[in-house]
Design a protein around this ligand. Structure first.
Ligand code: 2HA
Ligand code: ZN
Length: 272
């Protein structure tokens, strides 16, 4: 038995590989983090070492005290996660105050957690509270079509939500809580983490203008699926705009009917 035989590690590697194949992770672009369950922490105990020193997170995430996360590394390529996970990713543990983390497995040869660790942990903290612990994954990807739209559509969550809902019938069922938009900001650190966190209170999808997307979800599969659905919808919208724009579309009443049929609350905020 090695770390790589453990199911959540295998799932993590599969997700990184799938995301690479999607074309969302050029060079060192994008990052993924997963909060371990109690059973998973027990399963990894024989492989980890708690001797390393703590490093400040940059924000306080009190409800993540003593939690463990599998995270991709700073400057590391998503493309290489399946080649050697311990070089390119690692497990970190949060301290009792929720202010510092330490590396307990992987990230060998002096590697560090993703440069977006602050945004990841802030989003995990908010989602853990909002979903009573159900959400375990934050994924950040450089999704081509979604980024392209941030140069053309107004940087308004309502506009993005409605436009992307209209591009595929299943969208309002997959992301009924809509999309939040962070205007262009310097990546990495507490400022963008705080803006992302504010929007994560309401949405599972946050777009960083001219940069990429942050998605939150229960499992690696569901979070990847959410990212994929939004990005596919964005691809359709890019094509529609390139073909001269919509000539017909899904109406507000259609969305209300869809909500009833699928037993999903479709917020009137996004309808006419
Ligand atoms: O290079 O994606 O946002 C990693 C990033 C920074
Ligand atoms: Zn990025």
């Amino acid at each position: 038995m090695t770390m790589e035989d453990i199911k959540f590690v295998q799932n993590f590697k599969k997700t990184t590989n799938d995301a690479w194949l999607k074309g969302w992770h050029e060079r060192n672009g994008g990052n993924i983090s997963y909060r371990l369950t109690e059973d998973e922490v027990v399963a990894v105990k024989e492989f980890i070492s708690e001797d390393s020193k703590y490093t400040p997170i940059g924000v306080t995430v009190k409800n993540l005290a003593n939690e463990y996360f599998l995270v991709t590394g700073s400057g590391k390529f998503i493309r290489n996660m399946t080649v050697c996970l311990e070089e390119n990713a690692g497990i970190i543990k949060i301290d009792e105050k929720g202010e510092n983390y330490k590396i307990v497995w992987g990230l060998i040869n002096g590697a560090k957690p993703t440069s977006e660790i602050t945004s990841h942990l802030m989003s995990h903290s908010i989602k853990k509270e909002k979903t009573k612990g159900a959400y375990r994954v934050i994924m950040h990807s450089h999704t081509t079509n979604t980024i392209a739209l941030t140069f053309v559509l107004p940087l308004d969550g309502k506009v993005f939500t409605r436009q992307l809902w209209e591009m595929a019938t299943e969208c309002p069922v997959v992301f009924p809580s809509g999309i939040g938009i962070v205007p262009w900001m310097v990546p990495g650190g507490a400022a963008i983490a705080n803006e992302t966190g504010k929007l994560m209170n309401k949405h599972d999808v946050v777009i960083w203008a001219h940069h990429g997307m942050f998605c939150a979800g229960e499992s690696l599969d569901l979070t990847f699926g959410l990212m994929d659905t939004v990005e596919k919808s964005a691809e359709i919208l890019v094509k529609v705009l390139a073909m001269g724009g919509k000539k017909q579309t899904i109406s507000s009443q259609n969305f209300r009917d869809l909500g009833k049929a699928f037993n999903v609350h479709i917020s009137e905020d996004y309808l006419d």
